[in-house]
Design a binder for this molecule. Structure first.
Ligand SMILES: [Zn+2]
Ligand SMILES: [Zn+2]
Length: 140
């Protein structure tokens, strides 16, 4: 198997804190983007760190039905476990991709971070000092 084939075949597992919601993400994971927007700040208590896959590469196991969704704006839904409160997913209304919280993956995740977005809305109580590129708003 080539390195590219191995990357395509990789299965990355993760779960919420209580374990009621589990998931499998298949194939290569997008580099982690840190989002400092106000919505992510308030939901997480700090900021978001998410990878992303296409919808067809994510399988969610939610036998207990505790996965809940909240829309802060019509642009996206935020998936979380209603039992333990873990933030898990961010699903934009448009497009066929879903973001997954980096911290919910089982380690070693193999994830790497690429850049920061919405730093114009970040909390005033910390500085970003990792040297990665920063965008005031979205990265587009
Ligand atoms: Zn949970
Ligand atoms: Zn955000």
């Amino acid at each position: 198997m080539s390195a590219a084939e191995a990357s395509e075949a990789a299965v990355h597992t993760g779960r919420c804190l209580c374990g009621a919601v589990r998931f499998e993400a298949r194939g290569e994971l997008r580099p982690v983007i840190y989002c400092h927007c106000e919505s992510c700040r308030r939901q997480s208590g700090h900021f978001f760190a998410c990878t992303s896959v296409t919808d067809d590469r994510l399988t969610v196991f939610d036998e207990g039905g505790t996965l809940a969704w909240f829309s802060a704006t019509p642009a996206a839904e935020r998936g979380f476990c209603r039992t333990c409160g873990s933030a898990l997913f961010w699903k934009p209304a448009e497009g066929a991709r879903i973001s997954i919280e980096a911290g919910s993956f089982d380690e070693p995740s193999g994830l790497v971070a690429s850049h920061h977005i919405f730093v114009g809305e970040k909390g005033s109580y910390y500085e970003i000092t990792d040297g990665l590129p920063q965008f005031v708003g979205d990265d587009e």
